[in-house]
Structures are given as C-alpha cells and as structure tokens.
Design a protein around this ligand. Sequence first.
Ligand code: ADP
Ligand code: MG
Length: 243
Amino acid sequence: MLRLENVNKTFGGNLALKDITTTFENNQTTVLVGPSGSGKSTMLRSLNLLEMPESGKYYFDDLELDFKKGISKKEILEVRRETEMVFQNYNLFPHLTVLKNIIEGPVHVLKEDKESATKRAYELLKKVGLADKADAYPQQLSGGQAQRVAIARSLAMNPRYILLDEPTSALDPELELEVLKVLLQLAKEKQSLIIVTHNLAFAQKVADKILFVEDGQILFQGPKDDFFNSDNQRIKNFLSAMT
Ligand code: ADP
Ligand code: MG
C-alpha cells in the first residue's frame, strides 16, 4: 500500500499539489487523468520522491515519512527500489545493448549474479515481445520497442509499483498499441501500476481505479465505472472534450 496524506507541493509560490490524500492499492492499476498542468506528473514524481513536497505524509506499508521533517537518503533509496519510473522518452542507456540495459540495475544495484539476471532479462524480453532484440542498441529500436525495453528494465528490478508518465505520448498509434498491450497484460497479472495517460479508451480498459486531477486537486477518485458513468458536470465536460 502506497499512500499520500495531505500532501502539498509548490513551485515558485504556485501550489501544484493541494492537500492530496489518496491510497494506491497493491495489485491494482490506478490511472491519473486530467488537463495539462493539473499536477499529474508532480504527483507521480512525488510518489518516487523525484519531487519533494513541502508538507504531508508518505506511507509505504510500515514506512511512514513526513515531508515537513525531511526524508533521508536511505529512505529515498528504499522508496525508489519499490517504485520504478518509466518515462515518456524511455531513458535507455544509449551505449548499452538492450540486454545490458536490463541487467544493469539487477547486477549493480540489487547485486544479483550476472547469469541469473541475464536469464531473467531474456524472460522479460520475451514477455514484452522482444526476445530477438537482446543484442540491439537503443538507436536501432522503434519508439514502441524502446518503451517496451524500458518496461522490461523496470520489471527486472522487481518493484512493487511501476509508475508510467504518459508512456505512449511520443509514439505513433500503431506503435502505441504494442506498448498498451504489454501494459494491459501486466495489469491482468496484477502488477501494481500507476499510469498517467490522455488515452481514455486505454484508461477505461486498464484501470481498476481512476484519479481525476484538476488544478492540483483530486476531483474524483474511485472505480473506473463510476468515473466513466459520472453525472458530475466537470467530469462529463472533461470526457466529452477528450473523445
Ligand atoms: P501535468 O503533468 O498534469 O501536466 P504537472 O505536474 O507537470 O502537470 O504541473 C503542475 C503545475 O506545476 C503546472 O502549473 C506546472 O507549470 C508546474 N510545474 C511542474 N513542474 C515544475 C517545475 N519543475 N518548475 C516550476 N513549475 C513546475
Ligand atoms: Mg505531465
């Protein structure tokens, strides 16, 4: 269980997150939607402690952190180990092969032996449909392939949560589809996912829970069916503007 409680984050005097309280359950997929600039990325980055809110609490299972008191390096590493971030632009190491990109973290951070990390990497590549790309370099991949490698790399770290910030927004539709398929499969396998996306059709398919963020606040949180069938005028406006 991952939980934010009364979290506030400002940038230059502007509140980007206003008193955010929400829980991300294990083995569920939560999708964050909302207009541009509403605070979705800031919330996701706060969950990974890439952003440090000024106040509020952060809970991870028994770990309780207070942003006001400050968070130690050790606690940051502990949180990051359980929350792997997948970025819009993949962030693969350009000078390493696909295989080496995937085993880098397990071998150097988790201290797994190279042989078992390699074996696992091949399994993960198979899972994302790229078993034949182990020896390719990132620049030889399409955007869709690169993003699937990034997902495999995050899975290799065995995190509790994978956080994805608009994972397909740099991709053409047909390449987007191959990435979305992988995420749908992970959701089906109950990998805990937290996804920011503008693709509402995908959100409707993949989500257990929707968080609708507007102007730094959570306007709605709940089961996806309640969101997509909502009578709330602001939600209805958002949905009709997006489709
Ligand atoms: P979203 O991901 O929903 O588009 P963001 O979380 O990126 O929204 O941004 C929320 C608000 O915080 C916006 O007003 C944005 O301009 C501001 N913001 C985000 N990151 C920074 C930053 N590093 N410096 C200054 N302002 C920022
Ligand atoms: Mg964003």
